[in-house]
Structures are given as structure tokens and as C-alpha cells.
Design a protein around this ligand. Structure first.
Ligand code: ZN
Length: 88
């Protein structure tokens, strides 16, 4: 999981923990056990330094994928949550 940058357009390989950013994704799945009805599993994904500046890792419909980080959205929330224009 951690051997390569999660960005499919990037071919950077994971070498050191201090490079880039490691994302932890926790999944839950139903289990047959009554004492522990949910199985939890933790997966780790890595984005290289360059990609970590632009992307974040999200769990979407059960699949792990990358999404662009939009600093302007979090800035808008701080300013009272005004609606953002639909520009990418
Ligand atoms: Zn990368």
C-alpha cells in the first residue's frame, strides 16, 4: 500500500517516512461474530511531497481515491460559510 504514491499520474516511490504524507483510512465491515459485529481495518496510503501539496486521500463509496485540496473552500468556511462559486 505504501510502496508508491497514491496519485496514479505520479510514479514517485515511498522511501522515507518524512517524505510526503501518510494517510490513514479506517474501514468497517460487517462480521459474523456477535461479540464484535463490525470488523475494523486500517489502511495506510502515501502521497509524495509534491502530490501531498495538492491532493488528499479520501474514502469514497468504499474506494480509496485522491481529491484536490482546495484551500479556498476552508477559507470560505472561516469567513462565515458563504457559498462558493462553482469554479474548479
Ligand atoms: Zn506523487
Amino acid at each position: 500500500m505504501l510502496s508508491q504514491c497514491l496519485n496514479p499520474a505520479c510514479s514517485a516511490t515511498f522511501r522515507y517516512m518524512h517524505e510526503g504524507r501518510v494517510f490513514t483510512v479506517e474501514r468497517t465491515a460487517p462480521s459474523a461474530s456477535l461479540s464484535q459485529p463490525l470488523l475494523r481495518s486500517v489502511e495506510r496510503y502515501w502521497l509524495c511531497s509534491d502530490c501531498a501539496l495538492m491532493l488528499k486521500v479520501v474514502l469514497e463509496n468504499g474506494a480509496v481515491t485522491t481529491r484536490p485540496i482546495r484551500p479556498e473552500l476552508s477559507a470560505a468556511r472561516k469567513n462565515g460559510g458563504s457559498k462558493m462559486p462553482a469554479t474548479p
